[in-house]
Design a protein around this ligand. Structure first.
Ligand SMILES: Cc1cc2nc3c(=O)[nH]c(=O)nc-3n(C[C@H](O)[C@H](O)[C@H](O)COP(=O)(O)OP(=O)(O)OC[C@H]3O[C@@H](n4cnc5c(N)ncnc54)[C@H](O)[C@@H]3O)c2cc1C
Length: 429
């Protein structure tokens, strides 16, 4: 979901804050204390800039809910990724132009840079969709690789950046002309503690909050590879908006408890405080969803999502909801909420007829036109299924695997759908 990035005032402010405002005080502290040639100070600043960007990227990896609400998770992840790459480049220039006679300074600095290089490249290929969403052979390579090294292992490899942070702290502390700048060192440690503290709080303290806990109350098989999971939320939990998603970990289910996986809410029962998820087997863990017994306790992080805001923003537009595979999941809740209040057309694109498990639910909703299609759609298919008025005025919400979303949006653009009436969610990070 990386490249569906919202451009808003909040997004611009977040970028300026992370890229410019946050590093400034530390750079000023350093420059005020260092006595050196301007070029050498600039090279030192580049190293410091890289470190601060690395710390900010680490703090952003905790997906702060307040920031997600302001700019959306795709923008947040994009900013996290760009900060990582910018830090790598800035640190690379610092390494290239620095000289030092201290072995400890040299070894820790170089090791941190190699770790950064490795973790950033691995994240671009195995965690983000920057390349794999667009390049077919890279996507196939990643799928093959994930049979050997699972997504969870890639996440652990990414956490090597904490080793890099420790090495950089030793690196900076071992430079005598910097180490004697007490004010700078204190602020540096405050920055480091804030970033690592934010991470530790998000990983170890926040999850024990009662509002994050839930219990599996239903597990229904929709097809041999799709399950509908009902989860009762804690009475203090904030209820989701239609189309929102959570990161969920299932306690006591091997592997599912260690890394949280994102799943969209298909429907909400406000009276019972229960949310329903539709989970399709797409990898080793989701394939075992059928084995999750009722009574299993779960940890929920969220709700995240921006669809409700987009729908409110396009107050007069009819809704065209396009789901591919498991992408139909969040669209059911959206259709249930807006049925009778907006004109709605649903397109369910599947690879097998058996996957049209929500057809009846959509058809039973007042004023909802339901269409289904086997395999990818062409511009001609779209023109046949969606009337010209909807193509001209509708807000299109497209959800599915990244490659499918990109392809379908390309087709929609060819059918005359304006870019500002397209929003999507890609079911990969
Ligand atoms: C916003 C969002 C909403 C989603 N909603 C649904 C839904 O309603 N129903 C549904 O069936 N699927 C949904 N998915 C996809 C679902 O998260 C993945 O299919 C699932 O995490 C795969 O786990 P796995 O271990 O079985 O597969 P793996 O083989 O480990 O991974 C398969 C692919 O899933 C992605 N993935 C795996 N683990 C994670 C993770 N922790 N975080 C992000 N991506 C991951 C990776 O791109 C990976 O390439 C959603 C994804 C996103 C990003």
């Amino acid at each position: 979901m990386m490249f569906h990035v919202k451009h808003s005032v909040a997004t611009v402010l977040a970028w300026v804050l992370c890229l410019v405002v946050l590093p400034l005080p530390l750079v000023r502290f350093l420059d005020a204390g260092l006595v050196d040639a301007p070029q050498r100070i600039l090279v030192t600043d580049l190293g410091l800039l890289a470190y601060v960007w690395w710390l900010v990227a680490t703090a952003l990896s905790t997906r702060p809910l307040w920031l997600e609400r302001a700019i959306g998770l795709p923008s947040l992840y994009f900013l996290h990724g760009v900060l990582g790459v910018a830090a790598l480049i800035s640190a690379g220039l610092h390494v290239l132009f620095s000289t030092t006679f201290h072995a400890l300074t040299r070894v820790t600095g170089l090791s941190a840079w190699y770790i950064e290089l490795f973790t950033v490249l691995a994240a671009i290929v195995f965690l983000s969709g920057w390349i794999t969403d667009r390049v077919g052979w890279m996507r196939r390579f990643r799928r093959w690789w994930e049979k050997v090294i699972t997504h969870e292992v890639s996440v652990w490899i990414h956490r090597l950046n904490f080793v890099a942070i420790a090495l950089i702290l030793i690196h900076i502390s071992s430079i005598p002309r910097v180490n004697r700048l007490t004010g700078f060192i204190i602020v540096l440690w405050i920055y480091s503690a804030l970033s690592l503290g934010t991470y530790a709080w998000a990983k170890f303290v926040a999850p024990v909050a009662p509002s994050r806990q839930g219990t599996v109350v239903a597990n229904t098989t929709l097809t041999p590879s799709t399950w509908q999971i009902g989860i009762a939320l804690d009475s203090h939990a904030r209820l989701p908006q239609p189309g929102d998603f959570y990161f969920i970990s299932f306690h006591g289910v091997p592997h599912f408890s260690s890394v949280a996986h994102p799943f969209s809410v298909s429907s909400l029962d406000r009276a019972k405080h229960t949310v329903t998820f539709t989970i399709h087997a797409s990898g080793d863990l989701t394939a075992r969803m059928g084995d999750v017994p009722t009574g299993t306790s779960v940890l929920l992080e969220g709700p995240f999502g921006q669809f409700d805001k987009e729908i409110e923003r396009h107050a007069d537009s009819p809704l065209v909801l396009i789901g591919m595979g498991a992408g139909i999941a969040p669209l059911l809740g959206i259709a249930q909420t807006w049925a009778g209040k907006r004109q709605i057309c649903v397109l369910d694109i599947v690879s097998r007829k058996a996957d049209l498990y929500y057809a009846r639910d959509f058809e039973s909703l007042t004023g909802v036109e339901f269409r289904s299609h086997l395999h990818r759609v062409t511009a001609e298919d779209v023109r046949q299924m969606v009337n010209p008025d909807l193509l001209a005025r509708g807000l299109f919400i497209v959800v599915g695997p990244a490659a499918g979303v990109i392809g379908t949006e390309y087709v929609l653009r060819n059918c005359g759908v304006a870019r500002n009436r397209l929003c999507d969610e890609r079911l990969t990070m």
